[in-house]
Every structure is written in C-alpha cells, then in structure tokens.
Design a binder for this molecule. Structure first.
Ligand code: IPM
Ligand code: MG
Length: 373
C-alpha cells in the first residue's frame, strides 16, 4: 500500500516520540512491501515561533493532501503561564480537528499484564481491563461561543450539541461495541445539563432502532470517574462528549500504569489523525526519557485504519514484548533508567524485522542487560 503521512510532531517531546513511531512504520513498510511517504510541517508553539500561527495554512494543506496525519504533541509553558496570550498552541490542534472534521476520538485503555504492578490501583481491580473510549471531538464546550467582558470580570463558554453531531459518533461507538463485548456506556451529566439530556435521548433512540443487540447503560460523569477507579472492568465502549472524554481518558490512563502508553485515533468522514493522548511534557524535552509507546501505538492505529491489521498487530506484539522485557523508559522502569526513548523505538523496529529472535540479541547488544529477561 502507498500512503502519504503528514507528520506534525509539534512541541516538547512531540518530535522525539514521533521519530520513534516513524522508525517503526518504516520498518513495517520494509517488511511488508509498503510505501510510506512522510512529510513534515509545523504545528503548535513551534508554528507560532516560525510562522506566527499555531496552524499555518501550509500545514493544513499538507494534512488535506495526505492520507493520514501523525501528530506528536503541542503546548509550551510560556503560553500556559500567560492567561493573556492571544494565540495559543492548543488553538492549532483544535482548529486542525475541526478543519479536518475529526469528530470521533478513539482512545483504547488496556491493562497490560506485565504492568499491573505499575498502576497505583489494585491489581485485581484492573486486571483484564479493556476499554475503548469514544470521545466526541469537534463540538461541545470546546467549540461553543466564548466571551470575556470588557472589564475582564465575566467570561463564558457555551456548550452546544446537535442531534446530528451526537448520532454520527454514536454509530461508530455502537459498531465498535458489536465487535467487542457488545456494551456501550454513555457518560454524561443529564441530571444537570440540557446537552446531556439531548445525548441520552438521541443515543437511546438510535440504539433502539439500529443496535437492539447492544447493551446500553448510562452513568453521570462524576460517578463514571469513580467507577473508572473502583471497577474499570465493567466498561466496554464508553461514549461521551468532548470535555468529559478529555478528562476521563487521562484518568483512565492510570490503569495502564503510564499516560505514556495511551494512543488515539481521530476520525471523520474524510480524514484521520493519530496521536498520543499525552501532552508535550516540556520538562522532559531532549532528555530521551519520554515514552514513545503511545506514539508507536498510535501508528498501529493508523495501520488498522487502513486495514493493515497484521502489520498493526505486529507493532502491538513488539510493544508487549518491550514491556515484558522491561525495555521501557523511566516512567515505567525506574530501575533501569538508562533505557531511552530511542532505545525503545530501536527494540520495536528490530522486533518487526525479526519477531522470533530479536529480543535476546537486542537486549544483549544494545542494552547489555540480559539478566533482566
Ligand atoms: C487531548 C488534549 C487536548 C484536548 C488539548 C491539548 C487541547 O488534552 O487531546 O486530550 O483537550 O483535547
Ligand atoms: Mg487531554
């Protein structure tokens, strides 16, 4: 298959982790005879510095003429600490999602057996957790009208949703449930918010009409946040609006042991983008300690999207192997903290080339730590 992939590495650790995902995709291309062409463009703080715009027109054009977008991370402390900043890196990401019509953000959450002890949560509670979060991505409070009074003492953000915006992501969530455990949980705040009541009504009707075989239940976001910690195994597909999805997916990352593991796919009717859910982690920039697995797993989701399932599975096997062998960055591996972002990528690249026998060689040669096996 021939694919052009727009690479928007962005800020902070974005470029480092994205490099490892590209390395892994190149290795897949070699082994499976695909042609992946990577073209880079600026987004976020770096784009403000270079072009005065967090999403330059040329970047958006590149995304539109590509088959998919591989996104790194955006954000920079100089904007976070300045509430009066007129342009912010995050605006680049939001505009990109909106311009490409990426209304569904899919965030898988999994408890890897080899990492159960890394989570602060109880092992028995999280073992076998496997959740797919469907977060609405181009509506709600993120995109509603914003106001700030002249005197600066009053501000508002409007949360609004239409039936159509709810239906299109709900269809994707129900279809996903049908190939999983056949259960959708709608997370909302229908006891308080009108938009949430609309979500409940629309989703209930749609479920009855199109997906009578799928179990549907409802949870208020506050309760869902608690259940995510108490008993995450009860969830299969979780469907929710933009801001609740943002919050609950960060919370859910605790189950996996590190936010550095959570990948995502953002899809619409025409375009698709793949990005780790973590941010730009400015303190870690350039230190080689950022976990590249979320970006590498996002690359696997990209391959899934183009129905390259075998290739995607091989990447996931490589990731699991790296976790099993402790070839992981310090967020998961305080003991052997000399394992860099790059070494993790090297391991998975090597695994793809030699899935049967890479690990021993690699561990001995590159890490000199055969004893950890
Ligand atoms: C995410 C991020 C973004 C969001 C930020 C960077 C705007 O937190 O993708 O989860 O809130 O959507
Ligand atoms: Mg977030």
């Amino acid at each position: 298959m021939k694919l052009q992939i727009a690479v928007l590495a962005g800020d902070g650790i974005g470029p480092e982790v994205t490099n490892e995902a590209i390395k892994v995709l190149k290795s897949i291309a070699t082994e499976f005879n695909h042609t992946f062409i990577f073209k880079s463009a600026d987004v976020g703080a770096i784009a403000i510095d270079n072009h005065g715009d967090p999403l330059p027109e040329s970047t958006l054009d590149l995304c539109k003429e590509s088959d998919a977008v591989l996104f790194g991370a955006i954000g920079h402390p100089k904007y976070d600490n300045d509430p009066s900043a007129k342009v912010r890196p995050e605006q680049g990401l939001l505009k990109l999602r909106k311009s490409l019509g990426l209304y569904a953000n899919i965030r898988p959450v999994k408890a890897y057996n080899s990492l159960l002890s890394k989570s602060p949560l109880k092992r028995d509670n999280i073992k076998d957790t496997d959740i797919s979060i469907y977060r609405e991505l181009t509506g709600g409070i993120y995109f509603g009208e914003k106001t700030l009074s002249e005197d600066g003492n009053h501000a508002s953000d409007l949360c609004s949703y239409s039936k159509e915006e709810i239906e299109r992501i709900a269809h994707l969530a129900f279809k996903a449930a049908q190939s999983r455990k056949n259960k959708v949980t709608l997370v909302d705040k229908a006891n308080v918010l009108e938009t949430s009541r609309l979500w409940r009504r629309v989703v209930t009707e749609l479920a009855k009409e199109h997906y009578p075989d799928v179990e549907l239940d409802f949870l208020f976001i506050d309760n869902a946040a608690m259940q995510m910690i108490l008993n995450p195994k009860q969830f299969d597909v979780l469907l929710t609006e933009n801001m609740f999805g943002d919050i609950i997916s960060d919370e859910a990352s605790v189950i996996g042991g590190s936010i550095g593991l959570l990948a995502s796919a953002s899809v619409g009717d025409k375009y698709s983008m793949f990005e780790p859910i973590h941010g730009s982690y400015p303190q870690a920039t350039g230190k080689g300690i950022a976990n590249p697995l979320a970006s590498i797993l996002s690359a696997a989701m990209l391959l899934d999207h183009f129905e390259l399932y075998e290739e995607a599975e091989l990447i996931r096997e490589g990731v699991e192997k790296s976790l099993k062998l402790n070839i992981t960055t310090p967020d998961l591996n305080a003991r052997f903290n000399n394992i860099t972002t790059q070494k993790v990528g090297d391991f998975i690249e090597d695994f793809i080339a030699h899935p049967k026998d890479s690990n021993l060689n690699f561990t001995n040669i590159h890490l000199g730590q055969s004893t950890i096996i």
